[in-house]
Design a protein around this ligand. Structure first.
Ligand SMILES: *Cc1c(COP(=O)(O)O)cnc(C)c1O
Length: 341
């Protein structure tokens, strides 16, 4: 049922991609007079357009073949590239489940692609009954599923996602930005079962490298080829590639940081439970909590006055604030501020 060739926009299929100097000659040694670079300086050379060293390190950590790895200048670049590969502006559509990450809709808007937003149920799950008709809509090219979902924090049921993967003719993107904080296994282990699956992860959250801008797509090599075909040739800078490669050397460090955040998340849940102002603390598989107050806007503004900034999600989920788990000192400050409101 899934036919990648039929799904790709015709202008992308026929596109002749840019060939950079580093594509034309791939040797490492020599006198390089081919890219109009300056012969002076430390950042004078263009970066590796295919980020081979960095991708190899990521592939090793994730136990996946390097041909299934694509790197973007943040996940946001990957989202945009997927729109441009698959969605004809002014004609095609994409599907999301709201409330969710805002960039899917922004990217749809930029690309002039209609977005269908199906509301999640009151337990923030995909409403399987509303799914049947949209899965048959041939103009829907992409489905974005954020799991654990931002801003609700919960995982989307595996059976529902599997059903979508099996019955949708287009590409399914599972955004796993928060997977490192989750008790459930990543979808990575299932990648080979689904030629229409793109799994997005990022170095921005658990790895603590949001400032670098590095998003990862794990997907079938044919989709990797398409992403490579249309990406800006040097989308990941030399500094970015080096700094990420350094950070990836210490997986133990990552494990330690995740454990700390998870124990802080637990502590925060316990302490927030004692605060009368709070109506609901929604379960979280991420590094944040969605918390419902009697008057979300009021609490939000009071916290700002005390110098504590959380995210006001009142417009998405009534009276809810999204609170990122910080250091124990930061969390303590939040708790103390809430206690005296
Ligand atoms: C934070 C976040 C990302 C990360 O985006 P980057 O561009 O890689 O920093 C992706 N998806 C979701 C749902 C997020 O919350």
């Amino acid at each position: 049922m899934f036919d990648l060739n039929q799904l790709v926009r015709s202008n992308i299929k026929s596109l002749t991609p840019y060939t950079s100097a580093r594509d034309a000659y791939t040797g490492k040694r020599g006198v390089f007079l081919d890219a109009n670079e300056s012969p002076f300086g430390i950042y004078n050379r263009y970066p590796d357009p295919h980020q081979v060293d960095l991708k190899t390190a990521i592939a090793q950590i994730k136990h996946i073949d390097v041909t299934k790895v694509f790197l973007g200048n943040g996940s946001d670049e990957i989202i945009d590239l997927l729109f441009r590969i698959f969605c004809n502006p002014g004609h095609d559509k994409v599907l999301t489940f709201i409330p969710t990450y805002g960039m899917y809709e922004v990217s749809a808007g930029i690309n002039n692609v209609e977005i269908i937003n199906l509301p999640l149920t009151d337990t923030f799950q995909i409403d399987t009954e509303s799914l049947t008709s949209v899965l048959e809509d041939k103009d829907i090219k992409l489905i974005f599923i954020c799991s654990p979902n931002n801003p609700t924090g919960n995982l989307i049921h595996r059976e529902t996602i599997a059903h979508i993967l099996q019955h949708f003719h287009g590409v399914v993107i599972i955004d796993e930005a928060y997977a490192d904080f989750s008790s459930a296994p990543s979808w990575l282990a299932e990648l080979d079962k689904y030629p229409n699956l793109v799994i997005m992860q990022t170095l921005s959250k658990a790895w603590g490298l949001a400032g670098l801008r590095l998003g990862i797509a794990f997907t079938h090599p044919m989709i990797v080829d398409l992403l490579n075909k249309i990406k800006p040739p040097y989308n990941i800078s030399v500094v970015n590639q080096r700094a990420a490669l350094d950070a990836l050397q210490s997986v133990e460090d990552l494990t330690r940081k995740i454990a700390l955040i998870l124990s802080e998340r637990q502590r925060l849940i316990m302490q927030l439970s004692d605060i009368p102002l709070i109506k609901t603390i929604f379960p979280s598989d991420a590094n944040f909590l969605l918390v419902q107050f009697a008057d979300g806007d009021k609490v939000y503004n009071s916290l700002i006055e005390k110098g504590i900034i959380v995210r006001n999600r009142n417009k998405d989920v009534r009276n809810c604030l999204r609170i990122t788990v910080g250091t124990s000192e930061e969390n303590e400050m939040l708790i103390n501020a809430l206690k005296i409101l």
